[in-house]
Each structure stands twice: as C-alpha cells, then as structure tokens.
Design a binder for this molecule. Sequence first.
Ligand SMILES: NC(=O)c1ccc[n+]([C@@H]2O[C@H](COP(=O)([O-])OP(=O)(O)OC[C@H]3O[C@@H](n4cnc5c(N)ncnc54)[C@H](OP(=O)(O)O)[C@@H]3O)[C@@H](O)[C@H]2O)c1
Length: 369
Amino acid sequence: MRAGGRQGGCAPLPEDQAEIPAHRANGPAASRIIVATAPITANRPQNRNGANMTSDNLKTPTIALGTWAWGDSGETGNGYFGSPLTRAGLEEIADKAHAAGFTLWDTAIVYGMGRSETVLGEVLKRYARSDYQLSTKFNPRIAGPGDDPVGDMLEQSLTNLGTDYIDLYWIHNPADVARWTPHLIPLLKSGKVRHVGVSNHNLSEIKLADQILGEAGFRVEAVQNHYSLLYRSSEHAGILDHCRNQGISFFAYMVLEQGALTGKYSLENPLPQGSSRAKTYNGMLPQLKALTDKLTAIGQSQDAAAPDVATAWAIAKGTTPIIGVTKPRYIDGLVRASSITLTSDDIAELEALADAANVNTRGFWEQEM
Ligand SMILES: NC(=O)c1ccc[n+]([C@@H]2O[C@H](COP(=O)([O-])OP(=O)(O)OC[C@H]3O[C@@H](n4cnc5c(N)ncnc54)[C@H](OP(=O)(O)O)[C@@H]3O)[C@@H](O)[C@H]2O)c1
C-alpha cells in the first residue's frame, strides 16, 4: 500500500502557481538513446501534402534541462521551490550546460506564470538559436476565450522566449484531448512548432492524441510524465512499453523528486521552509533515508553522488530525464550521470528500497495512470 499521498485531482491553485495542469523499459540505455548532435529541427521530412512531417526526426538528448524552478527567479518569485536564483547564476548554469553538450531546455508558460520562459529566453540570448532546443507547453487550464487559444498561448510563449519557433511543444495536461489536440496541427504546418508531445496523459489519451495527429500526417513524438524511483506509474501502466514499441521518446520529470532524492535534505536540513515542495516532501524524508543512502553508496563506487545515480537509473530505464537545474555544479552531476553503469542488481535493489519507502509523490496536478 502507498500512503501519505499528495493531493490528487485538480484543486484550485494560486494564480502564480507553477504547475497548473491537472495540468523503456529495462536494459542498457545506450542502444536506445540518440544523443542530439544537431538541432532538433534539422532536415524535417514532409508528408504527402507538403506539411512538415515530424516522424523519425525528433533527436532526443540523453538528459534535458528543467526550468520550473527558474519561475522562482526575479524579485517576486513564486516560492514554489524556495530557491534563491540570480540571473548571473542562471547564466553560469547555461554556459556550463552548453559546454557539456546539454542544450534541450524544458519550460512551460505556467512556470512562475511566464517568468521561467522569460528568464530562460533572456539567458539563452548569448547563443545562436540553432545551438539550443526549446520545449514548452500549452496549458488547457489557462486557455483564453478566443478562436485559437492554443495559437494564442503559443504566441505568448514565443514572445516570452524571444523566438519564432518551438522545437518541442506539449499539451501540458489531458483536460480534453479531442478538443485541444487538433489545434496543434496548424502550428506544426506553419513551422512555429517543430515537434509535439503530450504530458500527464494516460495510455488511452496518448493513443487518442496520436490518432488525431495521425489523421493529418503528424504524430505524438514524445510523452512527458512524472517518473522517478518513487513514482513509476507510467511503467506500471504500460506507457514506457508503448513508447518504446512506437518509437516515442519518454521524458521523465521529477526524477529527483524536487530534491528529496538527492540525499542532501533531511529532518535536520529540510527543504526550504515555506516552499510548496517542503510541504510535500519534508514529512517523508525519514522514509527515504535507506533509499538515498543506497544511491549515495552506489555513487561512491563510481565517483558520483546520489542525484547522479537517480538520474542514471532513469536513463537505464530508457527514458530521457528532465533534471531541474538550479546551480552550476549540478551540470557536473549530469555529466557523471551520463556515464554511470548500473547493474540489474543495482536497479532491482533501488526499486525495492523505493517501494519499501511506501510514499506516494503524485503531484496534485497528476491523474492516476
Ligand atoms: N510536465 C509536467 O507536468 C512537469 C511537472 C514537473 C516538472 N516538469 C519538468 O521537469 C523538470 C524537473 O522537475 P523539477 O525541477 O520539478 O524537479 P527535479 O528535477 O526532480 O528536482 C530538481 C531539484 O533537485 C535539486 N538538484 C538537482 N540537481 C541536483 C544535484 N546534482 N545535486 C543536488 N541537488 C540537485 C535542486 O534542488 P535545490 O534547488 O534545492 O538545490 C533542484 O531544484 C522541471 O523543471 C520541469 O521542466 C514537468
């Protein structure tokens, strides 16, 4: 039994709330992961109608960079993460990430209600647009009343990010798949959106979205769901298998459970007081200790740290982890994670300890899969 679950369903949220949305499997990762060596957008094939086909062309990196916490930056911040972030610090993160070859940035219009997108766009101005990839999201929960709420929200994201196209555009939650998915088609045809994915969708919703796009010659190319040692619902529901079988990239978010799986937080050193993540995780930290100790022990044998091993676990499961990067040194961890080898015994032991922790980290915006 899993206990102590986070609030499910679609509770009303503060306006500034970051995650408004109700919003492969095992084996060596190297054989399945294509490291992006060129912009995601290169050489897109076309379908019979001359529309930009998105199949067989999404280049998925080993690790993507998450910027939800960047919504906390600026004078006001929204306090979800409670991490004080400075512009200079974020620029240093970007420089280290790019030097190490990590160039796919994930954000969403609702992260800090535009602040994450805006600061990310400003920080990335130092690079040529072709040197990085942007992943952001349409959120049905804040759709406007106009004729084309998806196109309107995309325009706002383009403005926030200071760009004229998005490499990977997501529907952030499955509020109404049949209603919202068709709106992606003209955006794909126009080239403002190069590839599309769905987030927080269950298996039947993924299939429905794929069918709708398929009728126009496009497809769901990526799925983005909560997936960590503590939260494997997408695996249990067959979504990882489906993605592997269909050639869909699975992006795993909250692989580190917002810091709770890094081993650095404890009763003595809790997550930042007053932050939303502290409310979720501080109470369960004692139950996570055996797991984080094991992550640390495996890391020590490979000159790595606990979060690197948690990230390596997600890679070994055939997913692309999106890791929230709030400090420059975390990029070093991503480099280490990319080269960690986990045995099947390591994986089994980590998963057993995770199950024994008996916690439920489902986000309030997430549905049961
Ligand atoms: N589609 C969706 O609905 C959805 C939902 C959630 C997240 N996401 C995406 O997934 C990304 C990742 O999720 P997340 O940022 O919520 O959580 P996460 O990646 O599980 O955890 C990020 C936190 O872990 C800590 N951390 C990261 N690397 C570390 C390292 N090497 N050593 C020590 N601590 C480290 C940092 O905490 P400190 O700041 O305290 O150091 C950081 O804020 C998001 O940024 C977002 O892009 C998508």
